[in-house]
Write a protein that binds this ligand. Structure first.
Ligand SMILES: [Zn+2]
Length: 385
């Protein structure tokens, strides 16, 4: 909608222009104004009914009618871009910039739109240099920084992305899609973890924790690093921080938590107590299931069945039912064993078909935890489901 609002401006400008040209033959003026208005109305009607293609044709007619306002050209270029005709959009915006009768504000607008054309065309280098130039202009600064932030994230240039995020923060602009400096630092940490540079990874993670004390991802990565280096007590502390940072991600700590407790040979009651607390406080399925598994290994299937029967009352899901059937089979109840086996298999299938993670912003779901949603590009919007 914002593109065609500009198209209204020339209507206002046109009436002023006509008023100033009184020496023109009155008859010609009336006819000309009438035909322009008709063309505008036609174009606007198409836009309002979302017939972009017809709107473009109507406005092209209008432009050939020697009506050369800058805003109309900019808006027409935008319409071409929206329709996917990037070459036309680029040509219109480049021609505008080459003109010498544009005021500074119009120059900036035309350049900004050309930057967007380049982005759509995949010409990231050209887009980047345009937006870098626009950062120096106060009116375009914020928009240009947001575009640069998108470009650097696309190119995985986390250092430059951080710079942009910080500048936007200084301008008082909250991140549009959860783009925090801490996430970019975590990306750098993950890259260095892959190359086994643990010292650098630790530094990035400490920076991430300082940049955003609520960054659960930094805690999970720090736990991974600590475990890799055999420091299980430190890892345990990192894992326990996740609860207060982002309780939705508690599922992610279950497995490493179990490993740390086992490696430290902690008293069994400690883990059972913590898992019980997580389940009672948040009612998370993952905590209930981890607790059931722990009860089974410490106290046997009978006790685990009792626990799962209680869980089933508040969490009647395929997964909890599936866990219960597994324990029932293990407990050796011979009566109706065949039926139980079938029920267990059916539940196995039901669960394996279900996506495990869902984006709470756009609904994208999949079997992997994406820190940045592949669909809507939001950071940390994906939750275990
Ligand atoms: Zn999403």
């Amino acid at each position: 909608m914002e593109d065609w609002v500009f198209l209204l401006l020339p209507v206002a400008a046109a009436s002023g222009w006509f008023a100033a040209q009184r020496h023109y033959a009155r008859k010609y003026l009336i006819e000309h104004t009438h035909s322009l208005r008709k063309a505008y109305c036609r174009g606007l009607n198409y836009l309002l009914s979302e017939k972009t293609d017809k709107a473009i044709d109507a406005f092209v007619d209008l432009l050939t009618n020697d009506f050369e306002t800058v805003e109309t050209h900019i808006a027409l270029g935008n319409l071409f871009r929206r329709r996917g005709e990037i070459e036309n959009a680029i040509e219109i915006h480049e021609n505008l910039i080459a003109r010498d009768d544009l005021n500074p504000q119009q120059q900036e607008s035309a350049q900004f739109e050309l930057g967007l054309d380049y982005l759509r065309a995949g010409l990231f280098d050209r887009a980047e240099s345009i937006f870098q130039n626009l950062v120096d202009h106060e009116n375009s600064r914020m928009g240009a920084l947001q575009q640069l932030l998108d470009i650097y994230q696309h190119e995985k240039d986390w250092g430059k992305a951080m710079e942009c995020a910080r500048k936007l923060q200084d301008l008082g602009k909250p991140p549009k899609r959860g783009e925090t400096v801490a996430h970019f630092l975590c990306e750098l940490a993950e890259e260095t973890l892959c190359t086994d540079d643990d010292r650098a990874a630790r530094q990035w993670l400490e920076d991430a924790q300082r940049a955003d004390p609520r960054c659960a991802r930094a805690s999970l990565l720090m736990a991974k690093l600590e475990m890799r280096e055999g420091r299980f007590e430190g890892a345990l502390q990192s894992l326990k921080r996740v609860e207060s940072q982002n309780a939705d991600l508690i599922q992610e700590i279950m497995e490493p938590l179990r490993i740390c407790h086992d490696r430290l040979e902690k008293p069994s009651g400690e883990l059972i107590g913590y898992l019980g607390y997580l389940y009672e406080t948040y009612g998370f399925e993952s905590a209930a299931l981890a607790l059931a598994e722990r009860i089974r290994s410490e106290q046997g299937a009978g006790k685990a069945i009792e626990h799962m029967l209680r869980v089933l009352e508040s969490l009647p899901t395929a997964k909890t039912l599936n866990t219960l059937t597994g324990f029932l089979l293990e407990d050796g109840a011979e009566t109706q064993r065949e039926a139980l086996i079938r029920l267990d298999r059916a539940l196995d299938r039901m669960y394996s078909n279900a996506p495990r993670y869902t984006c709470n912003h756009c609904g994208f779901s999949g079997s992997e935890l994406h820190w940045r949603c592949p669909s809507c590009r939001h950071w940390e919007s994906t939750k275990p489901s």
